[in-house]
Design a binder for this molecule. Structure first.
Ligand SMILES: Cc1ncc(COP(=O)(O)O)c(C=O)c1O
Length: 340
């Protein structure tokens, strides 16, 4: 599961300079620590023949600025500077693949709810991070828990922003779900339909058609979701974007989560915990399809893994390489192996 301790890396970037990973330098009275006033991105870079390639960096940096606008943050860096810092942090850490975390936050200045005197600070870190829900989850699928909690409605807070404070709901119910022995939670929305996971979107397959919902069902329309839908269409699959009823999930032939962290994670069983009167042992368990990762889930998961590794040239425009050339990458990352 995802309880592995933080592996860390060599350095992280903060306000224009690199710092040893173990150096701590944010004031305890920083606004963000009290009110969750941050916006962030989760990005992955994968090992390719040309060194690490960042998947859809442009879309992630654009979403970071979109989230910052929501928090009325004046970002003290340009789009290009953040884009280049994501490349830089991979090179500085000499990693072949990594998860990258840019985080913009209100720092130390005042502690009223409105951060009027707080500077906006940026950190960019990366570290080697395997499968979010575990390798076994990707290979064999997971057991998800449908929970009664409703996602914050899109009409209350724009669901397309990644604001630190909004992740409290994900944190609390993902933790509770794991404590009950399930791999991941599935939230409902206020309309009592399927919304999303704490950090993942949900896609169903029924009679060969891929089904997913959109932002008006109170989901964050993830970069991975959008990519999978495009890949599916390119492979000749029909895709339908429409609300997902609870019964649609139970009746699906296949289901999977998508997300930068979770990648494509098959869902093989769902337990329905909505009935507060029932004890856990009486919660109904639904097997999804054959109870193992289905053929379209496999196809999309395998294709995604090839695309992010630069093995499908048609999608090369989705990749941003950390090094300017393959030679530079080879020298930095594989020099020792070559010297042997
Ligand atoms: C709430 C939520 N939904 C969905 C996703 C999936 O988004 P993406 O594919 O852009 O990582 C994430 C992850 O960022 C998330 O936090």
């Amino acid at each position: 599961m995802s309880s592995n301790r933080f592996p860390g890396a060599k350095v992280y970037w903060h306000q224009g300079s690199l710092h040893d990973w173990n150096e701590r330098q944010v004031h305890v009275m920083s606004h963000v620590l009290h009110y969750g006033s941050s916006v962030f991105e989760g990005i992955r870079a994968y090992e390719t023949e040309r060194g690490p390639a960042i998947f859809r960096l442009k879309e992630h940096v654009e979403r970071l600025f979109h989230s910052a606008r929501f928090l009325k943050m004046k970002v003290p860096y340009s789009y290009e500077e953040i884009f280049e810092t994501c490349r830089l942090i991979l090179r500085e850490n000499r990693v072949k693949s990594a998860y990258i975390r840019p985080n913009l936050f209100f720092g130390y200045g005042n502690l009223g709810i409105t951060p009027s005197a707080c500077p906006v600070e940026l950190t960019v870190a990366c570290w080697e991070w395997g499968a979010y829900l575990g390798e076994d989850a990707i290979r064999n699928g997971i057991h998800a828990l449908l929970i009664p909690q409703k996602r914050i409605h899109w009409s209350q807070v724009d669901a397309s922003v990644k604001v630190g404070g909004l992740y409290v709901q994900s944190n609390v119910f993902a933790t509770q779900t794991r404590n009950l022995g399930y791999n991941e939670a599935i939230f409902l929305n206020l309309e009592e339909r399927i919304s999303e996971g704490p950090g993942e979107n949900l896609i169903l397959v029924k009679d060969g058609v891929l089904h997913t919902n959109d932002r008006f069902e109170s989901i964050l329309e993830g970069v991975t979701r959008t990519s999978i839908l495009e890949l599916a269409r390119d492979r000749g699959h029909e895709v339908r974007v429409a609300p997902i009823e609870i019964q649609d999930l139970f009746d699906a032939d296949e289901a999977f989560f998508t997300g930068t962290a979770a990648e494509v994670t098959p869902i093989c069983r769902v337990t329905d915990s909505r009935d507060a009167e029932k004890s856990q042992s009486d919660w109904p368990i639904y097997q999804i399809g054959a109870g193992k990762p289905g053929p379209i889930t496999r196809e999309m998961g395998d294709l995604y893994q090839r695309v992010v590794r630069g093995l499908e040239p048609q999608y090369d425009h989705w990749l941003t390489y950390a090094y300017d050339s393959a030679e530079e990458a080879r020298e930095a990352l594989y020099a020792e192996a070559f010297a042997k």
